[in-house]
Every structure is written in structure tokens, then in C-alpha cells.
Write a protein that binds this ligand. Structure first.
Ligand code: G6P
Length: 610
């Protein structure tokens, strides 16, 4: 999962490539590099850094290579450790052909052995380096023909930016199971792993399809298949603006994105929640008869999206009365699932590119299931490969740890569950109206919770000294507890576990003592009293308890160490308020500990390898 960028135009490429890499850094930041071709001298200048783009920028400060064609890369290491020698771009033996790659070449060992036996010299440990050598191997052919030949020999995933000293007016992009777009201006072109890197320059974006190659010259792009057959370019107009992709005055993208939760909810509901309480899933509405045809629902996702799937599992079963099952996509693909046309498969993925999730989606589709992607990225792989796409419309999410898109995923699942429930005749009109009112009031409730950030930050600072946390909840809030724990561990590197409160006494309670706090979600709901008993149990073991309680409720005052009051509302809406409180808590613990909140170590936003 790396970020790649390419530029061909009338301006100096170096600063534009660096800007692009900066915005793609969420995809990986183990190393960075650019190569720029100077037409006058006919030479390529390559600069790399063994860490983030900032170091690369510093290295280029005093001596910006000249040239109007260039490619760049920010790496998340898969084959070969993070190092200067493994940093992209990579070249052929002669240094003529330069390549940046995102993805994994599965047959690189065989190819490398074969190329080495023919005299090619490799300098890195990466799988990517076979690509320029394969292209070089087809010497005598023009670059585009040689690229096609090379790609036909590769199995695996790739998004590529390629240029050659011999063809200084040509930038080539290619993709297979990894994202790639081309931003198109009047007389300049930006190849990029995603839209975030091109929107500062243009909103006109060419989305490259699987197995397609784009050859960009000053005359414009030409898209073909690997066999050279012309393909009509798929061009879309993106309506994200540049400021959406910037921090907007917050100290981190993640904090800004947490504060965007009310907008994320409003955008999820817009046009979908009708005034009468009915739901219209714009863009992917199925008829009532279609929906009644589904006898069960499978929800797939990874990480935070998997936790959203768990919420979906709960509400679909509860409201629509049909079996629902959330599955970790990376495990699902190795099972022998008994699904078919009677199964609605809902694939949850913010990026739309998570490899495990995409494979699960394709597997479900192959088994005859109807597939629906719930994703934030228009024309992403998940969106294109599914029968229907439900877009989050949450705007770009830059912080590696998902926040607003989790909220949006959950709201979209509520809408889907309500739609299924209506079609199956299982949601009484009163419940429909109650739920729709709760969802409409949710942005206001979220603003109220966000307005109490100082209080949450204060608690977080006090709790930041603990090295272990247990998050507990029941029902929907079991999934929220899992997500609260994940948020804390991924950005603060503090050990945190989530569990159902009922499971506490079957093991986790053994961990507890005065140095092992419990974050207990005790807001009102069907299991309020059971939760209260569980809190008593942990308090009796001396563990500090930080409880989320419904505003005005005091039944746990005696047994809890600290409380955060949550406005009273429908259980479904409360789960989202609880989520945002736990996001703020994790954020402020991480800040207190001096962590790199937006780019936590070892993680990446979009994991496009399995
Ligand atoms: C990575 C990110 C997580 C994210 C997960 C799934 O692990 O670090 O924040 O939840 O991928 O991403 P997706 O784009 O499929 O929702």
C-alpha cells in the first residue's frame, strides 16, 4: 500500500511531486523518493529519503532537480525493510527506465531469478524492482509496448508510474488490484494513488480500470488494455474541495475529522432519510421484493470497518428480523461460506481498496450473492466491483485511524437495516418515526458531546499514565467498546482490549487491579441493569472505572471513579455519541503521550495488501 504520484506538464515537477507525496503519506511513510527527467540534459535525477517526505523535501531544499516530467513514491514496506536502497523509484540496469509501484508482485522471485540469469543487476530487496528490469528486457521496443509485455508477465497487484529517458514526453500509469487515478488540467496531468493528491489542481479525474494502462503525453491521456485495445476513459468530476483535505485549524487531521462527525451524519442522511421516516438508499435502492428475497445478510470489513459491521449485524437482526453475520474479511476468504443469491453481502470499507475486503467481496459475488459496497471513495475498487455502492459522502479522511467514517458507516447501516425492516414488514410506523427523529437530532447531540471536549481531554490526561485498559459494553455498545479499545491502542500504543461486559467474568476480570482501568459503556438501553452489575463486579476488584452514563443518571456514582454524561436519546443514536466520546478520549491520551496521532507507527490508512 504505498502512495504514488506522477507529473507531466509545463511546470517544474519537483515541488508538485513533493506536495502530492505529502498528501499521500497516509498510505505509508517508511521511505519516500522522486525522479525527475530533465529534457535538456536528457538525465534523470533521483532523490530518496529513508523516512518521511519531510526528509526528502529537506534534502531537495538547496538543489531542486529541474524537469517537467517526474514520478514519486511514499512507501509502506512489504518486501524489504524500510531503507534508502529499498525506497522507490527503482530503475533498470541502465538507469533509463524509472518506476514507482504500489502493490505486490507475487511472482517476483521467479522473475528476478530469470532476469539475474540474463545478467540483470538488482540493488534492492523489493519485489518492485523486477518491473523496470522486465521493461528493459524488451529493449528495442517503444516504452509502451515494453510495459505491456512486462505487465503480462506479472501476477499480483500493482499501480505504477513509469517514465523513460528515451521518451521524455511520456508518462505511463497502469493498474491491477491497486488504485490509480489521473488528474487532468488543461495542459498538465497528475497521476496519483488517489484523488486527495490531485484535487488541489483539478476536479476532473480519470479513473483507471483494472488491467488498464494510461499513456499520458502533452496531447492528453490514452487508455488501453494490456493487449493494446483502446478503452473509453472514465472521467468523473470530484466535488471535494481543497480545504476539506486540509486540517482546518485543528492540530491534527484526526481531531478535525472527529469534529466532522455531525456533518458526516448529516451527509449520510441527506436525501436518504425521507420526511415520512422511510429510507431511500440512493444509488443502490432495491425494490421491496428484492429486499424480501434476501434471507440473510453478511457484513465484511477490516479494522474499524469490521466494528461497524458488528453494529450492522446487531441492528439488522434486531430491526429486520433476518439473520445477519459480521465477518472479518481476511478470515472469510479462507472459509467455505454457504452463501448464495439469498444473501445480501455488505462490504464496509472507507477506502474501498482494502485488499482483504476486496477479496471477500469478490468471493461473495462469485458465490452468487448480491454485493453492496458502503464506501467513502467514489469509483473505488469496492464500489466498482459491487452490484451497488452506497457512498458515505463523508469527505476525505486523512488521519490513519478512522473516526468520522466509522460514524458514517454506522449511520448508513442504520438506514440499510431500517430499509430491510420496512421491506420485510417488521418495522412499525411508530418505531420508524422514533428512529428517524433520533437520527435527525443526532448531529445536534454530537455537537453537544463535542462541546465537552475539554472535560474529556482532562480525563484523558489523567488516565494517560495507565499502561492497560479494558473497554466493556453490551449490545450495540459491545461493538463500540471494541472500537474504543482499537482507537486507543492504534494511536496511543497503550494496550487496550475490548470485550462484552458479560464475558468479563469468564477471563478478563482476572487482569484487573488498581492499575488496570475499565472504560464501561453504561448508557441507557436494553441491558442497562446487567451493565450496572458488571460495573459493580469490576469495582469490587479495585479497578478504576471510567463510565459513560446517561445524563442525569446517578445509579453508578458510588462505584465508578469517573463519569462522562451522554445526552439521553435513542439507543442507536447513543451508540454514536459514545463512539465520539471514546474517539476524543483516545485522541487526548495519544496527544498527552506525545504520539504521532495522524500517522501512528506501523500502520497505514489503506491496506492494499493481504
Ligand atoms: C487500516 C486502517 C484502519 C481501517 C482499516 C480498514 O487498518 O488503519 O483505520 O479501519 O484499514 O480500512 P477500510 O478503508 O477498508 O475501511
Amino acid at each position: 500500500m504505498c502512495g504514488i504520484i506522477g507529473y507531466l506538464g509545463n511546470h517544474e515537477a519537483t515541488p508538485l511531486l513533493l506536495d502530492g507525496l505529502k498528501s499521500l503519506e497516509y498510505r505509508g511513510y517508511d521511505s519516500a523518493g522522486i525522479a525527475v527527467l530533465d529534457r535538456t540534459s536528457g538525465l534523470t535525477s533521483t532523490t530518496k529519503s529513508e523516512s518521511k517526505v519531510a526528509l526528502l523535501t529537506a534534502r531537495l531544499q538547496d538543489c531542486m532537480p529541474k524537469g517537467r516530467l517526474g514520478i514519486g513514491h511514499t512507501r509502506w514496506a512489504t518486501h524489504g525493510k524500510p531503507s534508502l536502497v529499498n525506497a522507490h523509484p527503482h530503475t533498470d540496469c541502465g538507469g533509463r527506465i524509472v518506476v514507482v509501484h504500489n502493490g505486490i508482485i507475487e511472482n517476483f522471485r521467479e522473475l528476478r531469478d530469470e532476469l539475474v540469469s540474463r545478467g540483470h543487476i538488482f540493488v534492492s530487496e523489493t519485489d518492485s524492482e523486477v518491473i523496470p528490469h522486465l521493461i528493459e528486457d524488451a529493449s528495442g521496443e517503444d516504452l509502451l509496448t515494453a510495459v505491456r509485455g512486462a505487465l503480462k508477465r506479472i501476477t499480483g497487484a500493482y499501480a505504477l508510474g513509469i517514465m523513460s529517458r528515451d521518451e521524455p514526453d511520456l508518462l505511463i500509469g497502469a493498474r491491477m488490484n491497486a488504485p490509480l487515478v489521473l488528474g487532468m488540467c488543461q495542459d498538465e496531468f497528475f497521476l496519483a494513488s488517489d484523488i486527495t493528491a490531485v484535487i488541489p489542481h483539478t476536479k476532473k479525474v480519470l479513473i483507471l480500470g483494472e488491467g488498464e494502462i494510461v499513456a499520458v503525453t502533452p496531447m492528453g491521456p490514452e487508455v488501453t488494455t494490456l493487449d493494446g485495445a483502446p478503452v473509453a476513459p472514465k472521467i468523473i468530476h470530484v466535488d471535494w474541495d481543497v480545504s476539506q483535505a486540509q486540517k482546518g485549524g485543528f492540530s491534527h487531521f484526526m481531531l478535525k475529522e472527529i469534529h466532522e462527525a455531525p456533518d458526516a451524519v448529516a451527509n449520510a442522511l441527506r436525501g436518504r432519510l425521507l420526511p415520512d421516516g422511510n429510507v431511500n438508499l440512493q444509488g443502490c435502492d432495491l425494490t421491496d421484493a428484492d429486499l424480501r428475497g434476501f434471507q440473510n445478510v453478511l457484513l465484511l470489513g477490516m479494522g474499524t470497518s469490521m466494528h461497524a459491521a458488528l453494529v450492522g449485524e446487531h441492528v439488522i437482526e434486531d430491526w429486520a428480523g433476518i439473520p445477519a453475520q459480521a465477518a472479518d474479511a481476511s478470515e472469510f476468504r479462507y472459509r467455505r461460506p454457504t452463501i448464495g443469491p439469498e444473501t445480501l453481502t455488505v462490504v464496509l470499507t472507507q477506502s474501498g481498496e482494502t485488499a482483504d475486503t476486496i477479496v471477500g467481496l469478490r468471493q461473495a459475488k462469485a458465490l452468487g450473492s448480491y454485493t453492496m459496497a458502503v464506501t467513502n471513495v467514489v469509483a473505488s475498487t469496492a464500489a466498482r466491483d459491487s452490484d451497488a455502492a452506497l457512498y458515505l459522502n463523508a469527505g476525505p479522511e486523512i488521519g490513519v485511524a478512522s473516526s468520522k467514517t466509522f460514524v458514517s458507516h454506522v449511520v448508513n447501516l442504520y438506514l440499510l437495516a431500517a430499509r430491510l425492516a420496512s421491506a420485510h414488514g417488521r418495522m412499525p410506523i411508530e418505531r420508524k418515526q422514533e428512529l428517524s427523529q433520533a437520527l435527525r437530532e443526532l448531529p445536534e447531540g454530537l455537537r453537544a458531546v463535542l462541546g465537552r471536549e475539554a472535560e474529556i481531554a482532562d480525563l484523558a490526561r489523567r488516565y494517560a499514565r495507565f499502561r492497560n485498559f479494558l473497554f466493556v459494553g453490551r449490545g450495540i455498545n459491545h461493538a463500540i467498546a471494541l472500537e474504543g479499545a482499537l482507537k486507543l491502542k492504534e494511536i496511543s500504543y497503550v494496550h487496550a482490549e475490548g470485550t462484552s461486559a458479560g464475558a468479563l467474568k469468564h477471563g478478563p476480570i482476572a487482569l484487573l487491579d488498581q492499575d488496570f482501568p475499565v472504560v464501561a459503556i453504561c448508557t441507557d438501553g436494553a441491558t442497562r441493569d446487567k451493565m450496572a452489575s458488571n460495573v459493580h463486579e469490576v469495582a469490587a476488584r479495585g479497578a478504576p472505572v471510567l463510565a459513560l452514563v446517561t445524563q442525569g443518571e446517578h445509579h453508578l456514582d458510588d462505584v465508578t471513579t469517573d463519569r462522562i454524561e451522554i445526552p439521553a436519546c435513542d439507543e442507536a443514536a447513543v451508540a454514536i455519541l459514545n463512539t465520539v466520546v471514546l474517539q476524543l478520549f483516545a485522541y487526548h491520551v495519544a496527544v498527552e503521550l506525545g504520539r504521532d496521532v495522524d500517522q501512528p507507527r506501523n500502520l497505514a490508512k489503506s491496506v492494499t495488501v493481504e
